[in-house]
Design a protein around this ligand. Sequence first.
Ligand code: T4K
Length: 371
Amino acid sequence: MNQPEKPIYVTRPLLPPLEEFLPYLEQIWESKWLTNAGPFHQELEKKLAGYLGVDHLALFANGTLALVTALQALRIAGEVITTPFSFVATAHSLLWNGIKPVFVDIHPETFNLDPEKIETAITPHTTAIMPVHVYGRPCDVEKIQKIADTYGLKVIYDAAHAFGVRYKGESLLKHGDLSTLSFHATKVFNTFEGGAIVCPDAKTKKRIDDLKNFGFIDEVTVVAHGINAKMNEVQAAFGLLQLKYIDKAIARRREIDAQYREKLSSVTGISYSPLPADTIYNYAYFPILIEKEHPLLRDQLYDKLRQNGIFARRYFYPLISEFPMYRGLPSAVPSNLLIARKVANRVLCLPIYPDLENESITRIISIIKGK
Ligand code: T4K
């Protein structure tokens, strides 16, 4: 077994030079303003809204709290239609709000919620749809909005993977009633931990800002059982610094994506979706499917890569609907989620991050090719 000197992980965080971060820390020490909508927080909200091309954005301590608060902000209750093919936080945010998730199958090419299957899952208790732009690839936002309009439903996009993605000339994050982002260490843009809600108007942002601060609207008035979901000044300062490097980082991701596409195109038993149409993509993940024609099963290839120090990941296996708190739901029955099951059993996300070296890509490809 050839163990490389350094392991290659599915991702590594974008970290600008440390010396460039120190002046931000000095400012924080000087001002003694550590959290609660401090100056770096305010600046990052403005700069990110500008960079992403959205009207309003509220920062959060992490993406999960952004999801939980987005649901609370719109007073979503009853049943919400969502995808089983996501990180577990998507559905957990529903349970945290006392909402029943209703799982609908995914589309075989985009791996996103299949709009053709949404309508049959709507009941008198349905209040919203929570789709996920999985791997940063746009959902069928037009069809989803049409269904939402017809049935009077809200749409909250879990856009945790969709930082910077543009669709048909504008930010993907402008679709739906709200979109949430994650700035976790493993994401295209990170603030160590962090997240945001993108919203269309100042009134909604005010409500969201109140909810992330325990529901206070002034020193003595609490209007809702809000939570503490505030981003602190160290996180926000890091975000400001990282924003300076983000275009370069995404450009390198694009090169890596192109190398995988080129080098894997002739490999028997490996398939991958084309780049999304009408989209400026962020190359957040590089998922491949290990088809029957490949000499190894998905888990055998996963193990073989690990034995060689390459830590590809099976995002998103198992399906959310298979976890104990979800598997008893009627919509979690395997026969309802055939495509999602097939994808979850075959998918493998290959390493992709700005510092990934070309030699590492060559090495990963040769293992997949069985050399
Ligand atoms: N919605 C969706 C669709 C999401 O994907 C997520 C999070 C959320 C909502 C919730 O957002 P947050 O509340 O997390 O902001 C990771 C992340 O923890 C999670 O944020 C992410 N999705 C999910 C897809 O992936 P793990 O358990 O796979 O992470 P972990 O610790 O195994 O890290 C993966 C690899 O990344 C490591 O092998 C090495 C590298 N890494 C990781 C960390 C944490 C580093 O190099 N440095 C690091 O600090 O969940």
